[in-house]
Write a protein that binds this ligand. Structure first.
Ligand code: ACM
Length: 479
């Protein structure tokens, strides 16, 4: 028998055939030829949320002896079908399955500021996202620790630091687009701005730089004319560099900043992004500056935020991270208004992008008892949140919050890189959890754990073939 191939007679699908072949290389897990074709699908799109990629992703996979046909109304649908058929098998012979996503926005946010990921590394993450039918890669490009994207005419922002050059950012967008992934860039402001303030001493700090003990403050001051010009320039340039419809302006954790100044900065950011022809997106705190109907706010501080205890007593990890009881109290006070953000977004007719920290922050440490002995180092990775199992993430339900359907934007996992030093560290935190979240985002609910577990086990081989290190959690019978 010949090696199974990916075939199409439709020239408009040749790029899909080529990129699927590339993604499956060097181990195409095919038992029959995959035939790609545009055509009708009975299923009508009913995805909830914001159609960030703008395409109908529904598909039909038909199995007949000797061939598997992947049909959809759009190339993007055919792409999703081909990967699904190749990676996870097909209906029995003869058989038909139709599928479409429950959530239109299925993303991963990657922190490139705390640890810089090279262009080839980001491309591998885009490939991984595409394999699991995700369609958004949100790049967190600036933070206190670094400014990671070249801005035309402002070379001092990135001088001497690892960053994406303009052409590299364009290259990442092309790589993503070929895999039906949209890049959403984030310039985090007005808080998280120490890198910008350090690069441009003419910009004043909107708050007391000494901050709370151990937690310095750095925020852009919208009262200052040079700062307003800076925000306008940077966001306008990023909008011009970006192919996708959304630009993220951050808006989270403006520690120590006056609330009215924070609101002014957020309004300016939104105005500039709209004026440059893009749609603004901010973290949930940005809702406190008001929202236009349809504006997206990314919800991350869920009620169990950080599971912060009242005291560091009995919590050596917190004390080791420099947290004092006084600081814990201030952090709790800072986050108190977060409890009202979901209501604020809904009341304003906004859309919630679901990234609850409790389940979708994939830098959450793994529980000790699921870490196999040979991966003991994985226990040292992650932020200071309470460790959790893989099953905890795989059981997450996006409908748990009772949000009206018209107020949902989609689902996005996030990985922050303070504790990550290498690409292996990154993929160990992502996998297997990202695959479980991606399934939930596609189907809209978690499968029963035995099914999730079996699917993760099958995915393990794919990751291994692609040289992606993953946590061989003791919860899964890896094959
Ligand atoms: C965030 O985790 N500060 C959005």
């Amino acid at each position: 028998m010949h090696n199974p191939r990916i075939l199409t007679e439709d020239p408009s699908l040749q790029p899909v055939a080529d990129v699927v072949t590339e993604l499956l290389h060097p181990h195409p897990p095919l038992s029959a030829d995959l035939r790609l074709t545009l055509g009708q699908v009975t299923l009508q799109p009913d995805a909830l949320g914001v159609a960030v990629s703008g395409a109908d992703e529904c598909y039909r996979i038909t199995s007949t002896p000797g061939a598997i046909t992947c049909q959809a109304r759009t190339p993007q649908g055919v792409f999703r079908a081909a990967l699904q058929a190749a990676l996870y098998g097909t209906p029995g012979h003869p058989g038909v399955i139709e599928s479409g996503p429950r959530y239109a926005w299925r993303g991963l946010s990657l922190d490139t500021a705390r640890t810089f990921w090279s262009v080839p590394e980001v491309k591998r993450i885009i490939d991984l996202a595409a394999l699991h039918r995700l369609n958004v890669l949100h790049l967190h490009l600036t933070d206190n620790e670094g400014w990671r994207i070249e801005i035309p005419g402002l070379p001092h922002l990135t001088a001497g630091h690892a960053h994406y050059k303009i052409e590299e950012y364009a290259d990442l967008q092309r790589h993503a687009a070929a895999r039906h992934v949209v890049i959403v860039p984030e310039i985090d402001l007005p808080g998280h701005a120490a890198a910008a303030l350090a690069a441009d001493p003419a910009l004043p700090n909107a708050c007391d730089p000494h901050g709370w003990d151990g937690l310095p403050f750095a925020a852009l001051d919208p009262r200052d004319e040079a700062t307003r010009a800076f925000i306008t320039r940077v966001l306008t340039e990023v909008c011009h560099l970006t192919d996708g419809p959304y630009v993220h302006f951050g808006g989270d954790e403006a520690f120590g900043m006056d609330e009215e100044l924070f609101r002014q900065a957020v309004r300016l950011a939104r105005e500039v992004i709209r004026a440059a022809g893009k749609k603004p997106l901010g973290w949930q705190e940005s809702a406190r500056a008001g929202l236009e109907p349809g504006d997206v706010a990314q919800w991350w501080v869920d009620p169990s935020m950080m599971d912060l205890p009242a005291s560091t007593e009995g919590n050596p990890a917190l004390a080791a991270a420099g947290l004092t009881d006084e600081l814990l109290g201030k952090i709790r006070e800072h986050f108190a208004p977060s409890a009202g953000d979901l209501d604020r977004i809904i009341q304003a007719g906004g859309r919630v992008l679901l990234s609850p920290q409790s389940h979708l922050y994939l830098d959450r440490p793994y529980e000790r008892q699921i870490i196999p002995a040979e991966q003991e180092h994985a226990g040292r990775l992650g932020h200071i949140y309470r460790p959790r199992t893989v099953r905890h993430a795989a059981d997450w339900s996006p409908s748990a919050y009772g949000l009206p359907q018209e107020n949902v934007a989609g689902v996005e996992a996030a990985v922050w890189s303070e504790s990550l030093r290498s690409f292996d560290d990154l993929t160990v935190m992502l996998l297997p959890r990202l695959a479980a979240i991606a399934e939930i985002a596609w189907y809209g609910r978690p499968p029963a754990w035995p099914q999730a577990r079996a699917q993760l086990a099958a995915s393990g081989r794919l990751w291994e073939q692609r040289g992606l290190t993953f946590l061989r959690s003791t919860e899964v019978a890896w094959i």
